[in-house]
Design a binder for this molecule. Structure first.
Ligand SMILES: O=C(C[C@H]1NCCC[C@H]1O)Cn1cnc2c(c1=O)CCCC2
Ligand SMILES: [Mg+2]
Length: 485
């Protein structure tokens, strides 16, 4: 089936579900909230993983794999962060026909799985820093509307868990990882994000503080958390008795971090760049960067054209580009154009009899539809230039769209108006949790309540005497507010 039944600006939810299926990223599964990730999605995940894994290896992270299962008493070990999430934990209660003596949980995250062993492995300051990362799946039995990549009951992620002798080392790593998350979004997925700190209410309850990169979806006017990097302080060290003997011979608790990004990042990219022809892929994460399509004329020399396509692909692959050709006889060129546009391939190269005769190829950009005829001799440099332009253009366009959604407000009325206008709100706030709770209560409704998304590290000037938009108390900071995923 060709073409999209839904338009992005008319029916975003249906448009999104259609794009992820038509572009062959996702296949729906017969368990709600579970999806099949097909190669077009997994190849993107693998390109991101290749970058991130190489970067954390430079930071001396070591690869681990911990069990999927955790016992009830270990999971409950530190209830203050679990209790809020208990409904999301999935349990194994039987094997075959027989009940298990005690139910076993499927990991929703691995703090409680790992930290009893951190306690065992860390004895002396010489055992620090401990730097553990695992690439795995986790299960969270969410109930609100499941959405491919964005909200699923099982997802893939990496979770980093580190332990240091000092808070300074932990604080430093939190920001090093956050910068890697910014790079994943802005340099690979071409999605603009804001680095900031979560409020006390929105942070990871088990930790000391949470930093995050926050994205925004203009179509729905909702913020979305892109990735998180937490400093856990010594909270988990206390619970799990993770201590070390320092140089002076006395015992101290470690300072820990934990950080993750997930397959949600792919969904954010789809939502950001997709259009009414389907997916639009940033070249740095495109499984295929160039598709070469022969345009045979009735009596033209199809063999020569096919040969030209093959040598074009060969040259591009030799130069390190991900290129392929579509020579299927049973589809017309027009059908192929739509098919590969739906899949979001950044560049299409058409080769017909005229191109052959003129020793040129026609290159068509997926992001803006621009067509250009280039001499075969300039193929590699032109493809390199165009892919770079597309990568840049996608980020620039997304940044402009996101920035156009930002609204600075000072009063409650301006806040509610901006909220109803699907804006990303920047507001002066007194930084009191009671006020945050009050805003949530006052904005409850069909579309969900407003919440703080983050307090951006980049703080605009806050003139003395500026009052909190919600409480009228002296404002302490500018924070991003809005509805979210
Ligand atoms: O998972 C984290 C914190 C932390 N986990 C490790 C990677 C970084 C960061 O996500 C928070 N969290 C979210 N969601 C849940 C839990 C939970 O701890 C536990 C119960 C099920 C749902
Ligand atoms: Mg959750």
């Amino acid at each position: 089936k060709l073409g999209m039944a839904y338009k992005k600006d008319d029916n975003f939810g249906e448009w999104y579900s259609e794009v992820v299926v038509n572009s062959e990223m996702i296949e729906y599964y017969d368990i709600s909230g579970c999806y099949i990730l097909r190669p077009w999605a997994m190849e993107i995940w693998e390109l991101l993983k290749e970058f991130f894994d190489a970067e954390i290896k430079k930071l001396k992270l070591k690869p681990y794999y911990f069990p999927l299962f955790v016992t009830e008493n270990v999971l409950q070990k530190e209830k203050d962060h679990i209790e809020g999430f208990a409904p999301e934990v999935a349990w194994v209660t039987k094997s075959g026909k027989s009940e298990l003596e005690a139910p076993i949980a499927i990991r929703p995250t691995s703090e409680t799985v790992m930290y009893p062993y951190f306690s065992k492995w860390i004895r002396s300051h010489r055992d620090l820093p401990l730097r553990c990362n695992q690439w795995c799946n986790v299960v969270r039995w969410e109930f609100s509307n499941p959405t491919p990549f964005i909200r699923s009951r099982e997802f893939l992620w990496q979770e980093g868990h580190t332990a240091f002798a000092t808070k300074e080392e932990a604080d430093e790593e939190v920001l090093q990882i956050l910068e890697l998350y910014r790079r994943i979004y802005e340099e690979f997925l071409a999605v603009p994000v804001s680095k900031g700190r979560k409020s006390e209410m929105e942070k990871f309850a088990g930790g000391l503080y949470t930093t995050s990169v926050e994205a925004f979806i203009p179509n729905t006017g909702r913020g979305i958390q892109g990735a998180t990097s937490h400093c856990l302080g010594q909270n988990f060290a206390k619970m799990f008795d993770i201590t070390f003997e320092n140089e002076k011979g006395s015992r101290e608790m470690v300072w820990q971090n934990s950080w993750a990004y997930t397959t949600r990042s792919i969904g954010v990219m789809v939502m950001t760049h997709g259009d009414d022809k389907g997916l639009v892929l940033p070249p740095r994460v495109a499984p295929l960067q160039v598709i070469v399509i022969p345009v045979p004329y009735k009596d033209a020399d199809t063999t020569a054209i096919k040969g030209a396509c093959e040598s074009t692909v060969y040259t591009l692959n030799e130069s390190g580009f991900r290129a392929d050709l579509d020579t299927r006889e049973n589809y017309s060129p027009g059908w192929k154009y739509s098919h590969w546009e739906m899949k979001g391939v950044p560049l299409r190269i058409e080769i017909g009899p005229k191109d052959l005769a003129n020793k040129q190829v026609r290159i068509v950009r997926r992001d803006n539809g621009a067509k250009v005829d280039i001499p075969v001799a300039n193929l590699v440099e032109e493809v390199k230039r165009l892919l770079g332009e597309i990568q840049e253009n996608l980020l620039k366009t997304a940044k402009e769209k996101r920035d156009a959604c930002i609204e600075v407000i000072h009063t409650w009325d301006e806040f509610t108006t901006a909220l109803n206008n699907k804006r990303l709100i920047l507001a002066p706030w007194c930084d009191e949790e009671e006020v945050e709770k009050d805003v949530k209560a006052r904005t409850k409704g069909e579309l969900g309540a407003a919440k703080t998304l983050c307090t951006p590290f980049e703080q605009p000037e806050l003139p003395g005497g500026t009052l909190c938009f919600a409480s009228g108390k002296p404002a302490k900071k500018w924070s991003f507010w809005g509805r979210s995923y």
